[in-house]
Design a protein around this ligand. Structure first.
Ligand code: FES
Length: 110
């Protein structure tokens, strides 16, 4: 088991436990994070966008070109943004800190 620390847009923190090999998207969803993951990992939606704490970002395998392209379309992207459906958790990532982007849907209307 490894721990994942989710930081929500309002600053509240939720620690979730995951098995090695689990996908970050599912771990987040199971912990009640607002990650839609509409395309279920097909890299066609970017609704699974998260921002990884910089210290942890460097420990992740690099994003593929397809992932980078999708991130270009996501709202509120940061330097350490990733698609959570593309991140497989391993023991080495125990304690990883993941921020949920705070995108207000209202801002997209009009
Ligand atoms: S779930 Fe659609 S890109 Fe990750």
């Amino acid at each position: 088991m490894l721990n994942v620390l989710f930081v929500m847009a309002d600053g509240s923190k939720v620690t979730a436990q995951a098995e090695p090999g689990a996908r970050l998207l599912e771990v987040g969803q199971n912990a009640g994070m607002p990650l839609e993951g509409t395309c279920e990992g097909q890299m066609a939606c970017s609704t699974c966008h998260v921002i990884i704490a910089p210290d942890w970002f460097d420990k992740l395998p690099a994003a593929s070109m397809e992932e980078e392209d999708m991130l270009d379309l996501a709202a509120g992207v940061a330097r350490t943004s990733r698609l959570s459906c593309q991140i497989e958790l391993t023991e080495a990532l125990d304690g990883i800190e993941v921020r949920i982007p705070g995108v207000s849907r209202d801002m997209q209307i009009g």
